[in-house]
Unconditional design. Sequence first.
Length: 193
Amino acid sequence: MKATISQKLKNICEIQLGYQFRTRFEHDLAGNYFVIQMKDIKDYSLSTAELLKVKLPKVKNDYLITQNTILFTPRGYNNNAIFIDEALNDTIASSQFYIIKVSDKNVLPEYLTWYINQSPAQKYFTSNRAGTTIPIINIAQLKELEVKIPDIETQENIVKTYNLACKEKEIYQQIMDKRHTLISEALLTKINA
């Protein structure tokens, strides 16, 4: 295994604020762009089922959310990264997010997403939040985050292991839910309900 190096996020990524709407936007079935909002994020992943559509003039490509883009939630006490693993067409993210696009070919976007969600990065965010009512990580602070970068093979192994652990957790939860249902049904039969 090659040595792990450290890089600031600004040296391996392009980072910008999501699309800023000048006014409150409304869902428009004839719209030409889908918009990702906080309500569309569930358990560190994007749910595209209820994305709103809006009508906008052509937006710069920098705002388009494509496969392998990372969205970062800068506001509040949960500053998480969300990896976009699917191909999206004509989709933008609202200004509730920072858009991160990896520019260094030696860094896997999936690995970077995992790293941002781990304790070293989270401790950094905790100590660098500004504001009292709704704390925020400003973009300059995000760019200064130090990222530990192992070789590509190690990054791939970390991502595979993490994905397997997430799948195991999901299966375990399904088993627990089914067990709970079976026990409830068995107990109800005891009282002929």
